[in-house]
Design a protein. Structure first.
Length: 335
């Protein structure tokens, strides 16, 4: 009986050992036998740029304009503050009336467009330093023995020191002759001029106008009651009621850049350019009394009031700054 039990125990131990070995073998081989699936990472598809998309990017650059349905060259010129004849030249157009939808036109001078699209957005210009007065002390400059590689900032004191002979001490205040005092005091005059002009320049910059524009003098282009005021979204100027044939005068001195009918909704139109950035427009005239390219003075008769391309006799008057309509009330004197 004891021997039988021993055999049974041995068989049980062997069975347990076999099961343990089988379990360990399964654990060690399972990972290598499991199938591995390589799942690619999903990424959004990138659509290649089409030629039209690439062209659209270049059309959005400053200085270029894409023709839309209903555009005329004269309207494009007005909206960009340019003379339509300049647009003809810049774009090599044979016929000003032959422009097509999606055609890209240059609306700034070629050099201005290149500066605007240089990528940095900053226009650069050469800085011209004041020329040295070689005639004042040629010998003194030749006899300088200091290091040639020394770089010193340009100041009035440095200039006066460089013009002194070697070993000469600075002249005390109030001492010396007029000829020796002149080099030290002469450069001071130009330095004070910009400071005197600074307030006027700052005021012009604050108003968004150049110093040239600030000097312009304005007057009302016609007598009559204002029946519509400026509203950038609806009315790009003011409307003045009047009688047929009533005088329309130039609101300021300038040159006529357009005289005719070429913009729908304006009728017989006169456009006067007053500066590089400001122009005025006079619409719905019965008759035009000036020609393109003609210089006009403030208050000069340029047209007769009418109702061309509108429903009543009136003058529609606009002032545009760099092509953008601005409120004429900010320029015209109170009355």
């Amino acid at each position: 009986m004891t021997e039988f039990k021993m055999r049974m125990i041995n068989k049980s131990n062997l069975l347990v050992l076999s099961l343990a070995l089988s379990f360990l073998s399964a654990c060690s081989t399972a990972p290598s036998q499991a199938p591995v699936i390589d799942r690619p990472v999903s990424r959004p598809a990138v659509k290649p740029s089409t030629p039209s998309q690439t062209a659209q990017v270049s059309r959005d650059e400053r200085g270029l304009y894409t023709v839309k349905k209903g555009d005329t060259l004269i309207r494009i010129a007005l909206e960009n503050g340019q003379n339509y004849r300049d647009l003809v030249t810049w774009n090599n157009l044979n016929d000003p009336n032959d422009i097509k939808v999606d055609q890209v036109l240059r609306v700034l001078p070629p050099e201005a467009g290149a500066a605007a699209s240089n990528g940095s957005g900053v226009e650069t210009a050469a800085v011209i330093m004041p020329p040295s007065d070689k005639a004042a002390a040629p010998a003194a400059v030749a006899r300088k023995t200091g290091p040639k590689g020394e770089k010193r900032p340009y100041t009035d004191a440095t200039l006066a020191e460089l013009q002194r002979p070697d070993g000469a001490a600075p002249a005390p205040a109030g001492a010396g002759t007029a000829s020796t005092a002149a080099p030290a005091t002469a450069p001071a005059a130009p330095a004070t001029a910009p400071a005197a002009r600074a307030p006027a320049a700052a005021a012009a910059a604050g108003a968004g106008l150049s110093a040239e524009d600030e000097k312009l003098s304005w007057m009302w282009p016609a007598e009559g009651r204002v029946i519509a005021t400026f509203d950038e979204g609806k009315n790009k100027g003011i409307d003045i009621a009047g009688k047929a044939g009533q005088q329309v005068v130039a609101a300021g001195a300038g040159k006529v850049m357009f005289a005719g009918s070429g913009i729908r909704g304006y009728g017989n139109l006169v456009i006067v350019k007053h500066s590089n950035t400001l122009l005025s427009a006079y619409a719905h005239n019965r008759a035009i009394l000036v020609k393109e390219g003609q210089s006009v003075t403030k208050g000069q008769l340029i047209a007769e009031m009418g109702d061309s391309d509108t429903d009543a006799v009136k003058l529609h008057f606009e002032i545009r700054q760099q092509g953008k309509p601005v409120d004429p009330a900010k320029f015209l004197p109170p009355r």
